[in-house]
Design a protein around this ligand. Sequence first.
Ligand SMILES: *Cc1c(COP(=O)(O)O)cnc(C)c1O
Length: 384
Amino acid sequence: MTRHTRVPPAPIDFIDLKAQQRFIRPQIDAAIARVLDHGQYVMGPEITQFEKEMRAFTGARFALTCASGTDALLIAMMAKGLGPGDAVICPAFTYTATPETIALLGAEPVFVDVDGDSFNIDVKALEGGIQAARKAGLKPRAIIAVDLFGQTADYSAIEAFAEAHGLWVLADAAQSFGATSGGKRVGTFGAIAATSFFPAKPLGCYGDGGAIFTDDEELANIMSSIRLHGKGDDKYDIVRIGVNGRLDTIQAAILIEKLKIFAGEIEARERIAKRYTEALHNVTKTPVVAKGNSSVWAQYTLQVPAERRSAIAASLKAAGVTTQIYYPRPVPAQVAYAHYPVAAEGVSTSERLSTEVLSLPMHPYLSTDQQDYIIEAVHAAIQG
Ligand SMILES: *Cc1c(COP(=O)(O)O)cnc(C)c1O
């Protein structure tokens, strides 16, 4: 048995942000120094430049930077005028920020189940979401599709459903920036797409950051105004309620440098995910990427037997391999969200996933030795 023959050089981090920083530190230092020199810390030239690069990268007509992925979702829904009495259908298995922004506007999240292969909203569950909204006396207005763990939701089916029911689609692309579907890049799905540059996301800055994408010029103008306190033609002309939702110039400067190496990082993530899957699909359920999709592998998430998950995680921890559970509870099982409507069919897949998911270390700088070590440790942990 090889399980104790390899010793990791050091505990393997879940995400090693320092490895990337070592790789591009001089460029980052120079980019930050340029901002310190020109002194335009808020809405400086790097913001305009990065937004231009984001349009080129995604193919979206409009790209606006903002302060976080949460603000991106919030600004998108403010621009669409969501408020009390409105329902937004969203998956039960997601990060809190998705339903949080709906609730902040006084609208109500209506939770539906996800698919056990993609972890994304189950298109068959959408109808139940509409019925639950109506039953609660709410007007269904929108669907937030979440691209969980790095691959897009099934936008062609979701958008067809939305159109048939007079809803609009917001893509929560916080985990999928850089992914593609049918050859199109994230940022072009949904009426509006929202992403995050939180450090641990596939494209992360060194603090909080986010971006909003749309092809609709009028919406882009409204969102741009909301991001700057609802400003009109000039700073002291206020035409709507807005927020302070700007990205810092320093973060844009960092992102410009990081975008230069992002394509290579995505390739590395894909290579690592492929090795994990080849080595592990015979011992446990490995992630499935839908045909025509590419994932940026924000997470590499196994499904292991619920009754063995803590033992497996403990065994990996003892071997120096950090794992995480995203997410230990579906959102409707959280105290703060327990009173919102859930589709009558329930969210049993979300409930099951929350007991079975286990995410492995995933970042572009995992060496082949580290990958091999992790793979062996997972084999040993699962075989107990
Ligand atoms: C991270 C995340 C967000 C929020 O992004 P922040 O930049 O942290 O505000 C929203 N939705 C999902 C699915 C996320 O993973």
